[in-house]
Design a protein around this ligand. Structure first.
Ligand code: CP
Length: 304
């Protein structure tokens, strides 16, 4: 069965196939209308979500399908102590594909042991968020290209799953990656090791000013407060990495500023009015990209 669990699964041709299909959908939104009439997508979110949940919902409905939603942990039988394994065993009988977000790293991979329908990881703790990466790459390709570009990734590199997925996927392209964070929120050892093994061009910084003027893309992330075992450790780094329109005066005019959202205080509202701001366009790209992915996962070999 096809599952999407980690961006490390994705080769350059895999990524380009999804992005090209998404571009076709963007050019003609009715292209895939009704293609998956009657199909059902199960949304299983054990953690809060706005963009991922609602763009998967929209994507499935635009393909002619329907969605069923487990609801929140509080309103489901998870509250009564049902395990993830049993929840997955049940929901795979209700749906043609499943989307899972869960606070535990490795949960999506584990869940694939219990399902015979395609399963998409919509975020497993501080692990991976591969569909966010696909829409990030789509946005980068539209705004700056994916080859011969310099990308800065700033903020919570330790707990940020969007960062872990994006860093892995970018190794398929000719990019220079600069990681900007406090010492305590550097990339996890495993992610660093994989980057090193891939031969990626990577540098680490503690100050954005060291590299800002070189960047074509600046990908800002939220400090993941909910993942810190000790609130005091969060308070030490909270608010350390913030950008304003004034800060960006030192950047290239063509700099693309991205953020997976939600933001807290990392990007000041005055950046929204600049030509750099791309994060709302990025969030909207979640629909065509997830339509493209769902179409591929739900189509039989002969239909593709
Ligand atoms: N970017 C992202 O995953 O947003 P949500 O948490 O709102 O789904």
């Amino acid at each position: 069965q096809d599952h999407l669990i980690s961006a490390t699964q994705l080769s350059r041709p895999d990524i380009e196939a999804v992005l090209d299909r998404a571009a076709e959908i963007d050019a003609d939104p009715s292209a895939l209308q009704g293609r998956h009439d009657g199909a059902i997508l199960g949304l299983c979110f054990f953690e809060p979500s706005t963009r991922t949940r609602m763009s998967f919902d929209t994507a499935m409905k635009r393909l002619g399908g329907r969605t069923i939603d487990m609801g929140s942990v509080e309103s489901s039988s998870v509250k009564k102590g049902e395990t993830l394994a049993d929840t997955m065993r049940v929901l795979e009988g209700y749906a043609d594909a499943l989307v899972l977000r869960h606070p535990s790293e490795g949960s999506a991979k584990m869940a694939t042991e219990f399902v015979d329908v395609p399963l998409v990881n919509a975020g497993d703790g501080a692990g991976q968020h591969p569909t966010q990466t696909l829409l990030d790459l789509y946005t980068m390709r539209q705004n700056a290209g994916l080859d011969d570009v310099t990308v800065g990734i700033m903020g919570d590199l330790k707990y940020g799953r969007t960062v872990h997925s994006l860093a892995a996927a970018l190794t398929n392209f000719d990019t220079r990656q600069h990681f900007i964070s406090p010492e305590s929120l550097r990339l996890p050892r495993g992610v660093r090791y994989d980057l090193h093994e891939s031969g990626a061009q990577v540098r680490e910084h503690t100050a954005l000013e060291e590299v800002l003027s070189e960047l074509d893309i600046l990908y800002v992330t939220r400090i993941q407060r909910e993942r810190f075992p000790d609130e005091n450790e969060y308070l030490k780094v909270a608010g350390e990495y913030q950008i304003s329109a004034e800060d960006l005066e030192a950047a290239k005019d063509s700099l693309t500023v991205m953020h997976p959202l939600p933001r807290v205080d990392e990007i000041a509202p005055d950046v929204d009015q600049t030509e750099h701001a791309t994060y709302f366009e990025q969030a909207h790209n979640g629909v065509p990209v997830r339509m493209a992915l769902l179409d591929m996962l739900l189509s039989t070999e002969g239909d593709r």
